[in-house]
Design a protein. Structure first.
Length: 203
């Protein structure tokens, strides 16, 4: 029987990303479930000062509430010209959580007079895995690039339409899911969790 692992998210794209990465690594015996698949529990607000603090808090909450091993991530974009902001505030940069269009519009406005050579940025994803027996692992993935001048593409989510990965001229929203998995910040972080997830599958 497959070992159920909770991903502390309702974002279907995040759940499918981990499912694809597990499949590509040949790891069977794990069933990924999301927050909509388990009884509701009180989720602590994301008040940490770092991605690491937020991811770990979410994973601990999920593991305690459900008794399942829990993976949680906190991710966002750090823009050099804004001294690393939006950072942990990425999802609510424009004031309302998860309003991608407003967040992108505000970021473009804030960078309106910033020249191309100073538009460096990176996507950051910190993933935490907490097992009910108390084991905790926290990993971090980064994806360097820059902020474009207009949204491009209709794939992905968040700031993907504005983010131009290093060495290319297409946005993250123009990549296929497989292309994004191979290079993205979350893909890089989740890949670091594969050894621990493989052990869970064998238990």
């Amino acid at each position: 029987m497959a070992r159920r692992v909770l991903v502390a998210s309702r974002n279907a794209k995040k759940l499918n990303e981990l499912r694809r990465i597990l499949a590509d690594a040949g790891i069977a015996g794990i069933e990924i479930v999301g927050l909509d698949d388990v009884p509701a529990y009180d989720e602590a607000p994301e008040t940490g000062a770092t991605f690491e603090e937020n991811a770990l808090a979410k994973a601990r909450d999920g593991a305690v509430a459900t008794g399942l091993a829990c993976v949680a991530d906190d991710s966002g974009i750090e823009v050099d010209a804004l001294n690393g902001m939006p950072g942990v505030l990425s999802a609510r940069w424009a004031g309302r959580h998860g309003d991608d269009a407003a967040n992108n519009a505000l970021l473009l406005a804030q960078l309106g007079d910033v020249p191309d050579e100073r538009r460096g940025a990176r996507f950051v994803s910190t993933c935490a895995l907490v097992v009910p027996d108390g084991a905790e692992i926290v990993v971090r993935g980064e994806w360097p690039g820059s902020v474009g001048r207009k949204p491009l593409g209709d794939g992905g989510f968040g700031y993907d339409p504005l983010f131009i990965p290093e060495g290319g001229d297409t946005s993250a929203a123009q990549l296929t899911p497989a292309e994004k998995d191979a290079v993205s910040h979350r893909g890089r972080a989740l890949t670091q969790l594969l050894p621990a997830l493989s052990e869970l599958a064998e238990d």
